[in-house]
Design a protein around this ligand. Sequence first.
Ligand SMILES: [Zn+2]
Ligand SMILES: [Zn+2]
Length: 246
Amino acid sequence: MQFMRVKKILERGLDFLYPQICPYCEGRGGREGRSLCEDCFDDIVKINFPYCFRCGTALEISYEPAVDEYECGKCRIGNYRFDRARSLGPYDAGLKRLIHHFKYDGKPGAMRDVSSLLQNFFSGAEDLYSGFHVTSVPLHFKKLKERGFDQSYLIAEETARCLGLPMLAGALTRVRETPPQASMKRSDRIENVKGAFQAMDPERVGGKNILVVDDVFTTGATSNEATRILKKAGTDKVYVFTLARA
Ligand SMILES: [Zn+2]
Ligand SMILES: [Zn+2]
């Protein structure tokens, strides 16, 4: 206890002597060992209820949905194959900057911010994911070599830790390199990601419930394809979690 207090005071002293630049507001209020400053971190918007019970999109309705299991229009027409998806917040402002910081600069401070976000987000949600195994949407090995780390894997690992669940690393592998999807429309994304993944041996994924973790959910094309491959290999339920939703 005493040690923690001393450590905190020392850290504050360091912040005073060597102020960190916050990558979002660019102010000098950045914290030692973290990425965003306290204000930008606190300003990260979360997707709270009401959201679609299946795909997790925020519902723009002014009334309280009559049922807990309320589905959005896209889910009602059967757009998605996964059983459920949730995202922590909209891909915007501080969260977007944080993900970029993490993905392209590999900053360990960004990982600490991500960890705190996940810890808050999943606290109390353990029941929903009970009995699940956690895996991530994989990078192609060429990209992994280029970048040196796999951000989705790190988010998945942290998610598993927060929920007290086992990891099932490599449940999916990327067998085809896919061009970046950022500027593609939905139909192109579906084509782009088709056949990009392979599932682990059906003996290892069959009959299991798997939570697939990724950084950003855009059209759901990647999550859908990951689900299709896992279910083909016999996986029972597939839930999806992404840090952000575009
Ligand atoms: Zn800031
Ligand atoms: Zn939905």
